[in-house]
Design a binder for this molecule. Sequence first.
Ligand SMILES: [Fe+2]
Length: 449
Amino acid sequence: MPLLKFFLTLNVFYKRKVVMKQLTLLISISLSITSYAHPNQFKDGDAYAIVANPGQNARNEIRINWHTDLENTKSFCQYTLRCDTSWLQAKTVMADQQLCTTFDGIYSKGTLGEDFYENARFLRCTVSLLGLEPGSEYMYRVGENQLSEAHFFKTAPLSGVWSMGIIADIHTYSPLPKRLEAAMEMIGTLENQNGGEVDFMLHVGDVCAWGGSHSFWTTMYAQPHFAKYVWAGVNGNHDDMARGYAKQTNEYFRYVNSYPQNGYEGEEGVCYYFTYDNALFIMLNNENMRDEEGLSLAQEWVKEVITNNSADYIIVVEHYQWFFGEDGKDSHYARWKLLFDEYKVDLAISANNHIYVRTNALYGDCETDGTIGTVYIQAPSSDNERGMEMREWTSNKDIIKYRWTEGGNTVGAILMQTNPEKLHLILYDRYGNNLDEVSVLKKYNLQNL
Ligand SMILES: [Fe+2]
């Protein structure tokens, strides 16, 4: 009998242990679901999704965007020069706040691959920091009752000397966090190649797998690389969509950024332009120029922007590729080349194809010596997950100079370094290998020699 009692006790103990284990698992799963269903996980003070964007003139205006809970109706931004370490000279700007429900109730996915609906009713906060000193390092923090950590940005210089990281197709997706990790490590590689940091960051779209998933944006913006740079970017097809194409809208991209409101009707804060030192950047949204009418609206706006703004370099950025990297066939190159020739666009940057493709300066479909024409470059993907294989190169062999991909597991990005005579772009892989480079010459300067 004592032996039987011993085994019975052991059995009860064992069952209890199993039940306890199951309970612990259930609690941890439900906690994970709760935390990923709400941006609280990525709160920095009482704010989340904090990002700095260029103003129309990035020498003296930077715009900050963040989100906060509904009760924080007096959220503000404090900023000062980075050397003012005690914040003694800090200025305070109250945020413009608006209720944002665009992301609320969107069907999404959490870190465990679980399905959930985004719980995302929040106040979208924006400030425009004006009258900044060119070529200076600033720090800022946002919030109301509890301020965020210090974030940083640099204003554009006057010198013609600056650097920019270019990254694309990150496809941030909570169930597969290694995508974002790979892209952030790639930015670290660019920084190392540039001697520590870059001056600002450009993304070429598809930074999120589903732009409608607010938690993907808050996850991404919580990464350290978003706290230390001004970020400019374009809307990608993935940023424009909710899971399963339930809804497609440029509102996702608009409300997680505060870009200059100088775009054309319906595209304010999505299409925009800004000058960074001596370069004019014109940022497009492919999703609203799929048909001829949409394309024509965008092109009229681009012509107007170029006509009304002078700069040493004109740079046009869109998400969709100029060429299909698989075999070299024309893609959006065919839609834009005449305009770029006529309006003397110096550099055209795209992505989406997940294969790097680069030309030398082209004018009238022919390669030039660089004193006229547009350099076309499309960034590779950077997520180590959704890359593309190349096939036999059959088209545009006379004008495409280099293609590159690592297949499905591609991680690459571009570093742009400038001096008063040229923009210089270098493609790096994840190991910091310099794979390809091209210079974009300052045109009128050469003509004046
Ligand atoms: Fe993509």
